[in-house]
Design a binder for this molecule. Structure first.
Ligand SMILES: *Cc1c(COP(=O)(O)O)cnc(C)c1O
Length: 362
């Protein structure tokens, strides 16, 4: 049975996007960021598609454990590190790299005696003010980690950008400069660049790059699409028409009657809604592809359905294919229409949507 709403995942596109990372940063090792269920594309699926990377990065310990249990042998960095001794146990047991970003973690590590059991990424806060030690604390923290029995030497060093998606904001250059000055003379591999760093800030390229969103073919910049940057979208969200009907001028459509027909037209009902992760805030006029042609969203997005104006294809019929985003309808464009970023759209695809790999497409 074909599900009404499904997402087709093109893993060759993901590998293409990885090769794009490598062409931009040929000397860097690649840490593929596959947190949050591979940005909604499937954690294990993305790990398998990208398995020749030097490392994976996930946000939480349990995501790393899932990768190990599935047999992945790559280095895996846990970007949020661990919060208590029990979580550290798990991290050690599964041989995950710890991001160390706060004093409480140092204390927990210093209480352990297993020699050189843990690979550490020391995280510096260079202006994001989320995770990381202040640069003034760096020397002291580095010394403590160097003396910690548990910690493999040398430790690795990282920071994260707050505004790299804005190529006119010089905060990124300040962060790069502060990081480089702080760690100068200390041994250990360095890592700064997320996708926006890789694509927009050459001086952020270093020993390791940490691409996330670009691996899925999505632009980190608000004014460009992945296609324009030479990337290929991995996910296409698809559904079908389930009703087609004439509607007269003056009639309103959907909850709240927020949209009224100015002239008589043909209305299509598509089996996709916010219950599938289609954004409820998508505005009237948001493009949808029906039979490969653009039509406009009208009325409010409901849980299971949206309505579209089929004025340019009155012969459309129930069962006809619909694309909500994907090739030829960039998810970046939908995000703009819904006042959000494409990250939230792909991460937000719900359980109800069946994920299908492209070669298995019906
Ligand atoms: C999520 C994340 C990344 C990847 O960011 P993108 O913008 O998706 O490329 C890199 N580094 C850290 C620390 C992250 O949390």
């Amino acid at each position: 049975m074909t599900p009404a709403a499904y997402a087709v995942l093109d893993l060759d596109a993901a590998r293409h996007n990885l090769s794009k990372v490598r062409s931009i940063a040929p000397n860097a090792k690649v840490m593929a960021v596959i947190k949050a269920n591979g940005y909604g594309h499937g954690l294990l699926r993305m790990a398998a598609a990208l398995q020749d990377v030097d490392a994976f990065a996930v946000a939480r310990v349990d995501e790393g454990v899932q990768l190990r249990k599935a047999g992945f042998k790559n280095r895996i960095a846990v970007l949020e590190g661990f919060t208590d001794a029990e979580e550290l146990d798990e991290l050690l047991h599964y041989q995950l790299d710890a991001v160390v970003h706060c004093p409480a973690q140092l204390k927990i590590m210093e209480a352990r005696t297993e020699p050189r059991a843990c690979s550490v990424w020391l995280k510096l806060d260079t202006g994001m003010n989320r995770l990381g030690f202040k640069t003034a604390e760096f020397n002291a923290v580095y010394q403590r980690l160097s003396q910690c029995t548990l910690v493999k030497q040398p430790i690795s060093l990282m920071t994260h950008f707050a505004s790299a998606d804005d190529v006119n904001d010089d905060q990124t250059l300040k962060q790069i400069d502060l990081f480089k000055r702080t760690v100068a003379g200390f041994s250990g591999e360095r890592s700064l660049a997320n996708s926006a760093g890789i694509l927009g800030w050459e001086s952020s390229l270093n020993d390791w790059v940490r691409p996330g969103v670009m691996l899925y073919g999505i632009s980190p910049f608000p004014d460009a699409t992945g296609n324009q940057l030479g990337l290929k979208p991995v996910m296409a969200l698809r559904s079908r028409l389930i009703a087609v009907k004439p509607i007269d001028a003056g009639e309103s459509v959907g909850y709240g009657g927020s949209w009224t027909c100015e002239k008589s037209t043909t209305l299509g009902v598509v089996a996709i809604g916010y219950g599938d992760g289609y954004p409820r805030h998508a505005k009237a006029g948001t493009p949808v592809l029906v039979n490969g042609k653009r039509v406009s969203l009208i009325g409010r997005v409901s849980m299971d359905m949206i309505t579209v104006d089929l004025e340019n294809q009155p012969d459309a019929k129930p069962g006809d294919p619909v694309v909500l985003w994907g090739e030829s309808l960039p998810v970046e464009e939908i995000a703009l229409r819904a006042d959000t970023i494409p990250y939230t759209l792909v991460c937000g695809v719900t359980q109800r949507v069946q994920l299908v790999e492209k070669q298995h497409e019906r």
